[in-house]
Design a binder for this molecule. Structure first.
Ligand code: NIG
Ligand code: FE
Length: 404
C-alpha cells in the first residue's frame, strides 16, 4: 500500500453507507487518507502493512462524514429581531412580508452593507456551523435582487470557501421576493432573473445552482417554471423552496424539472411525493423555520419514507424564518418535531444532503475514494448528536484529509 498522509486509529465510524439502514457503524477500526481522499478503512487485516506520515490515535472517538448543511442563507445585512418581536404578539410571517418587511427588509439592509462587512458577518456565522462539524455548506443569494447586489452576495459566498476550511456551494436565488422597484413590473423582474441575472452570475463564475421561492407571498408556479427552465437550459441544476406555507404544487413542479431537491414541504401532498420519488428529487426538511414560525402542519415524512424519497435536513440559517446557527440543534428538531430517527437525521445531514447538492458521488459517506471530510466527536453513541441541546461534542474536523 502506498504511504498514507494520515491514519486515524481506534475510531468508531458511522459510515452512512447507502445500503446500511443502521448507518453502517464500524467499531474500533482505522481510516486513512491519501491526497485528500479516503484510501483505507478497516480493522487490523485491512491496515496490515499500512504506513502513514501521521498517525492519530482517536481512542474510541466517533467519526461521521463531515456534516453538510445543504440549505442556508448565511450572507445578509442586518437582522430581523424586530419582526421576531412582532410575531410574538400575533403578526404572521406572511403579514409582515406583505407590509414590506420580511425578505425585502433584509434586501434593503444587504444592498446598503459593504461587501467586506457582509463577509465579516457571514464568516462569524459560518464559524458556528464549522464548530459543529460542517465541512460543506450551501449558501444562497436572494437578498440582493438586482444584478450587482446578487453578484456581491455570491462573491461573499465564494470568499467564504476560499480559506479551504469548508467547501461552499453557491446558489443563485433571484426569485426570492419581488424587489420594491419592480412592484409594478413583476414580469420584467422574472425576465431579469431568467436571463441577464443568470448570465451575469455564470459569466463571473459565481454560481453552482439555482433556487426559487414558489409561494403565495413570493412567486407563482408559472413564474418559477420560467426561471427553472432558463437555468436548466444553461446547464445549471435547480432546486426549490416548495410548499412551505401553502400547497402551491411547488414540489410537483420541482420534480417535473428534475430538481435536485424540494425544500420545506410542510404542505406537500402524496401525489407530489410520488413525483419526487420518480424524479430522484431529495426532500430537504427545515425544522428551524417550522419551529421559529410556530407552524403546525408537518412535512409528509411517512409518505416520503414509503415512496423512498431521500430525506435531508438543513439549518435554513437566515435572518427571518430560521436564525438557526446550530446544525446539531437542527438534527434534534428534525427528530423531535418531525419524528425522524437519529440515524435518519444524521443521514439527512451527510449522504442525503450530498445528494441534494448533487455531490453524493464525492462525499456524504465514509467509503473508499470519497473526499476525506470527517467530523470527530467525543460521544458514546451516535444518537447523542441528536439528543443534546447546546452541547459541544466536536473534537476535530478533517477537510479533504487535513485536520482543522
Ligand atoms: O427558507 N422562504 C424563503 N426563504 C427563507 C426565508 C428567508 C427570510 O425570511 O429572510 C426560508 O425560510
Ligand atoms: Fe430557505
Amino acid at each position: 500500500m502506498a504511504t498514507l498522509d494520515t491514519l486515524w486509529l481506534n475510531a468508531n465510524l458511522l459510515t452512512m453507507r447507502e445500503d446500511a439502514p443502521d448507518g453502517g457503524p464500524l467499531h474500533r477500526v482505522g481510516i486513512g487518507a491519501r491526497d485528500g481522499r479516503i484510501a483505507v478503512i478497516g480493522g487490523i487485516d485491512a491496515l496490515a502493512g499500512a504506513i502513514a506520515h501521521e498517525v492519530v490515535d482517536l481512542d474510541g472517538a466517533w467519526v461521521t462524514p463531515g456534516l453538510i448543511d445543504c440549505h442556508t442563507h448565511l450572507v445578509f445585512g442586518g437582522d430581523r429581531s424586530n419582526e421576531f418581536e412582532l410575531r410574538l404578539v400575533g403578526r404572521s410571517y406572511a403579514e409582515i412580508a406583505k407590509a414590506g418587511g420580511g425578505i425585502r427588509a433584509t434586501v434593503r439592509a444587504t444592498r446598503e452593507t459593504a461587501e467586506a462587512e457582509l463577509l465579516a458577518a457571514a464568516a462569524g456565522r459560518l464559524g458556528r456551523l464549522l464548530a459543529e462539524g460542517v465541512t460543506t455548506v450551501e449558501i444562497k443569494s436572494g437578498y440582493g435582487l438586482d444584478v450587482s447586489s446578487e453578484l456581491k452576495m455570491l462573491r461573499v459566498a465564494t470568499a467564504l470557501g476560499a480559506t479551504g476550511e469548508v467547501q461552499v456551494v453557491r446558489t443563485l436565488l433571484g426569485l426570492h421576493a419581488l424587489p420594491d422597484e419592480f412592484a409594478a413590473a413583476r414580469e420584467a423582474y422574472v425576465e431579469l432573473c431568467a436571463g441577464p441575472m443568470l448570465d451575469a452570475a455564470l459569466a463571473a463564475g459565481l454560481v453552482d445552482m439555482v433556487d426559487a421561492f414558489c409561494e403565495t407571498i413570493a412567486f407563482s408556479t408559472g413564474e418559477t417554471a420560467r426561471v427553472l427552465a432558463a437555468a436548466r437550459a444553461r446547464g445549471l441544476p435547480v432546486r426549490l423552496h416548495a410548499d412551505q406555507l401553502s400547497d402551491m404544487g411547488a414540489a410537483a413542479l420541482a420534480a417535473e424539472h428534475g430538481a435536485l431537491s424540494a425544500d420545506h414541504l410542510e404542505h406537500t401532498g402524496t401525489a407530489a411525493v410520488r413525483a419526487m420519488a420518480k424524479a430522484g428529487t431529495v426532500a430537504v426538511l427545515l425544522p428551524g423555520a417550522f419551529y421559529m414560525l410556530n407552524e403546525t402542519k408537518r412535512p409528509p415524512v411517512a409518505a416520503l419514507r414509503r415512496e423512498g424519497v431521500p430525506i435531508a435536513v438543513a439549518t435554513d440559517a437566515n435572518p427571518g424564518s430560521s436564525p438557526l446557527l446550530s446544525p446539531l440543534l437542527a438534527l434534534n428538531m428534525a427528530c423531535v418535531l418531525f419524528g425522524l430517527s437519529p440515524i435518519e437525521a444524521l443521514r439527512g445531514m451527510t449522504l442525503n444532503a450530498a445528494k441534494a447538492l448533487g455531490l453524493a458521488h464525492d462525499r456524504g459517506s465514509l467509503e473508499l475514494g470519497k473526499r476525506c471530510d470527517l467530523a470527530i466527536w467525543r460521544i458514546g453513541r451516535p444518537a447523542e448528536l441528536c439528543y443534546w441541546m447546546g452541547a459541544a461534542p466536536l473534537e476535530r474536523r478533517v477537510v479533504a484529509g487535513r485536520m482543522r
